[in-house]
Write a protein that binds this ligand. Structure first.
Ligand SMILES: [Fe+2]
Length: 317
């Protein structure tokens, strides 16, 4: 008998304890702490038993040595655990988590390693380390084999696998460097074959992609929790599939425009919006929905993103 899976997804946090950090203001009492408290209420009210923090837990470049970095990790984990009592916490590493002197050692000593699978009833969640792309790519077939019998496969990875970033580093993806294109396409194929639901961060925006390509389908949800506390989050909005990547055409950046265009025809759904919040991913026996929460005091989703039409599962509101 399948149990409903509910995962609270917390985005990039860049936790800092340095008052002179440019991100220190995000951690004032009405900023990210309020958002985490709201995530805790949503977890409690929905019955979610798992929270996923999607990397860039800490602003590691601001620490100085292993002990300082460990204190930063401990501080961030304490904030999460206090806000989400009774909820299991899974974390994948982001590019800022292991920055700074002693960062890699502090992370390895204090956070369970990624590149492992967590069973979720009939489903499974694979945690990937996108900071070590060669090792992670090598581990992917084993992880997929371990989860071959699951009904629905979630992938947690800091860097997106489908491009969704409008900025300078348009290839800021898992295996995104041009010299890794063969591996990147193979990883896409492996995930699409499993109709994976990718939960990611890194891009400091929120959104949702349903992409059909390389013989399968990938649903990708990207989440940011860098709430600035100045106004209700998840402001501005919303892109359409046809608008996907047009930014680069307008900017006259041919390489980036072509890269995004190569994904555009496969988009069954695409939404991308500014601001910050958290998400509740709900997988029920016959349906999946993703609720985005933005206002830190909100107990109701600001936006629910549905998708239909899949032979294995379908996403509805
Ligand atoms: Fe980040």
């Amino acid at each position: 008998m399948h149990n409903a899976e509910k995962i609270v997804v917390i985005g990039d946090l860049h936790y800092t304890e340095r008052a002179d950090s440019e991100r220190a203001a995000l951690w004032h009492p009405n900023g990210i702490p309020r958002l985490l408290a709201a995530a805790g209420r949503v977890a409690r009210d929905s019955g979610a038993t798992l929270a996923l923090q999607i990397g860039d837990l800490v602003g590691g470049e601001e620490s100085d040595g292993v002990a300082a970095h460990e204190a930063l990790i401990a501080g961030a984990m304490d904030r999460l655990e206090s806000a989400l009592p009774g909820v299991s916490l899974a974390v994948v590493p982001g590019n800022h988590d292991t920055r700074g002197e002693g960062g890699p050692e502090a992370w390895a000593h204090n956070v369970p390693p990624a590149n492992r699978a967590i069973p979720l009833g009939d489903d499974a969640l694979i945690l990937l380390d996108s900071n070590t792309p060669d090792e992670t790519f090598a581990a992917l077939p084993r992880l997929l084999l371990e989860t071959a019998d699951c009904r629905c496969l979630f992938i947690a990875v800091h860097h997106p696998v489908i491009p969704c970033y409008y900025g300078l580093s348009y290839r800021s993806l898992f295996l995104g460097e041009p010299e890794r294109d063969a591996e990147r396409l193979e990883a896409l194929r492996l995930l699409a074959e499993r109709h994976a639901i990718v939960l990611c961060g890194h891009v400091h925006t929120n959104g949702f992609i349903d992409w059909h390509g390389v013989g399968g389908r990938i649903v990708q949800v990207h989440v940011s929790s860098l709430w600035d506390g100045l106004e209700p989050a998840l402001r501005e909005t919303i892109s359409t599939s046809d608008g996907y990547g047009r930014f680069y055409e307008r900017e006259g950046r041919a390489d980036a425009a072509a890269f995004f265009a190569s994904f555009r025809n496969g988009l069954a759904a695409y939404q991308h919006f500014e601001g910050a919040g958290f998400a509740l991913v709900k997988l029920c026996p016959d349906a999946l929905s993703v609720d985005f929460f933005g206002g830190a005091d909100s107990s109701r989703p600001l936006l629910t993103l549905p998708i239909d039409g899949n032979e294995d599962w379908r996403i509805v509101d």
